[in-house]
Design a protein around this ligand. Sequence first.
Ligand code: SF4
Length: 338
Amino acid sequence: MAQIARIFNENRIPLWTAIPLESPFVIEVEPTSFCNLKCKYFLHTLPNQEILDNGHKFLHMSDEVFELLLEQTMQFPSKIKQIGFAGMGEPLLHKRLPYMVEQFKQRAGIERITITTNGVSLTHQLTDALISAGLDHIKISVNGLSSEDFKRNCGSHIDFDQYVEQISYLYKNKGNTVVACKIMDSCVGDAEDAFFDMFDDKCDTMSIEKTVRVFREVAYDGIIEKDKDVLSRYDMRENRVHICASPFFRFAVKADGTVSACRLYNGLTHSSFHLQNRTLSEIWNSSERRRMLLGVLKEEHTGLTAQCENCTLKDDFAFESDLLDDYADQLRQKILQN
Ligand code: SF4
């Protein structure tokens, strides 16, 4: 029987005590920016040309970029705690995903490897490969409870019975991998109990997440009711946070090797933040990133931190142990002295 629980790691240390970190705790990796769905709350809902016009690219991560990423991940003085495969695209569409998981696990000794997926491309063979590669956690974003729901919410036809069977197979054969299924409130509507009943015997944890405005390019009318904006998908807080925690402990690497100093979506980047130009640890210790951190602490939304202006992610992922608002002066001094 699955537990109803929000999907995030609650075993976190108070972030302010650890800053400045000598190595990131988490690296988000985007294996591909292609997707097989067009979910109404996600960037892929837009026509492809519009996505390109907004500066996004469609590509799979090349072997060359992956090797650089793997090598550079191992150059930090302490081990990265978590590699999370996610991003603009659907991670399972990258044919070498099991290899990537295995390499991070075996060669880089990463403690926790996670995948966030819509689950549509799962096959028995892929499931077996991911589990034997050492995957620790898989979060499946279920976007409806029938083929009709998927058509309505994601603009795509899927064989829903086959989809559920694949998730069942994954759960039965999961070994040490934790399987989590979640659905957005805008996809489940009033059928919350039906979701819990359907997935109760097919995963370790189940949850319903709030739909949050993530992409400024996407119109959320009809998805989020007017005046019903929420700050966090996990429903953690009602008050806004001021200082975003992400850039203090996280890096993100896009399919083309571009590095973001915080998250994959709308993240802080610099023209030289690319694996081919500088190593991850050089970027982590760079003067540009340091200026970004100081800008975030000062709540500056100009220059290197201009992206923060309309970014909803600092509230969306504001975990209690990561809150920095009360420590801004102290942290600024520590960073200046470092
Ligand atoms: S507010 Fe957004 S853009 Fe700014 S540091 Fe946080 S995640 Fe990055």
